[in-house]
Design a protein around this ligand. Structure first.
Ligand SMILES: O=C(CO)COP(=O)(O)O
Length: 252
């Protein structure tokens, strides 16, 4: 269960939120061996989150929302994978639809960023998903599979099994409009089948596939009940400790 904070929460608010989340999960005797809980704050919060999580030995993990394709050097405004690794980052979101749309990130760039994450010992959360027009035209599965083919290009079976895929239909992001559990299952299953075709059945079974798009505590259980949905990438509802802890405890 991953919470993508997007461009919300300064570092002081981040400390408050992570403490609150930890408290809620501890009170509920949360089992981190069953469900991984990941917060994905803005870059400026990561050092504070690291100090908190490591200092209090919390079971919560944390990630970054992006990474540079470059190793180091004259790239003003960029943040490298080695910098993130040094901060104890476990996950890096790549190819979120907001980055594809506002920063013109194409499948090739998403693929390179995922490669950079893996090469530096972190797990990419590779996002894919269709817009409303594509969905209306009934081309959503083909659209997403093309993103998957491009995103995973050049990866070994082992690398794919270590990676996380997040299916986020753009029309369901931040709109309150949730894909039905059946919609989520249809595409997540198609992604798993494709990984099986590109690699093998074991790799397909091992790869974690998340659904994202207006996930809340009130709808998470139905989505998680679907066979090919292994978790959720949560935006707005991850900004509130009680709500996100309920999402993480979807079967409680
Ligand atoms: O984009 C998302 C997570 O990456 C989903 O955002 P919302 O949960 O706010 O719809």
């Amino acid at each position: 269960m991953a919470g993508n904070w997007k461009m919300n929460m300064d570092h002081l608010e981040a400390i408050h939120l992570v403490q609150g989340l930890h408290q809620e999960l501890t009170d509920a005797n949360f089992d981190y061996t069953k469900t991984e809980v990941v917060v994905i704050p803005p870059f400026t919060d990561i050092r504070s989150v690291q100090t908190l999580v490591e200092g209090d030995e919390m079971g919560i993990k944390y990630g970054a929302q992006d990474v540079s394709v470059h190793e180091k050097g004259a790239y003003t405004g960029e943040v490298s994978a080695t910098m993130l690794k040094k901060l104890g980052v476990s996950y890096i979101v790549v190819g979120h639809s907001e980055r594809r749309e506002y920063h013109n990130e194409c499948d090739k760039k998403v693929n390179t960023k995922a490669r950079v994450a893996l090469d530096n010992g972190m797990t990419p959360i590779i996002c894919c998903g269709e817009g409303l027009e594509v969905r209306k035209a009934g081309e959503h599965v083909a659209h997403v599979l093309k993103q998957i083919d491009g995103g995973l290009e050049g990866f070994s079976a082992e690398e794919v099994a270590k990676s996380v895929i997040a299916y986020e239909p753009i029309w369901a992001i931040g709109t309150g409009e949730v894909a039905t559990p059946e919609d989520a299952q249809e595409v997540c299953a198609a992604i798993r089948v494709r990984i099986g075709e590109l690699y093998d059945a074991d790799t397909a079974a091992a790869t974690r596939i998340l659904y994202g798009g207006s996930v809340k505590s009130s709808n998470v259980a139905d989505i998680m009940a679907k066979e090919d949905v292994d978790g959720a990438l949560v935006g707005g509802a991850s900004l509130e400790a009680v709500e996100f802890s309920k999402i993480a405890r979807f079967d409680a």
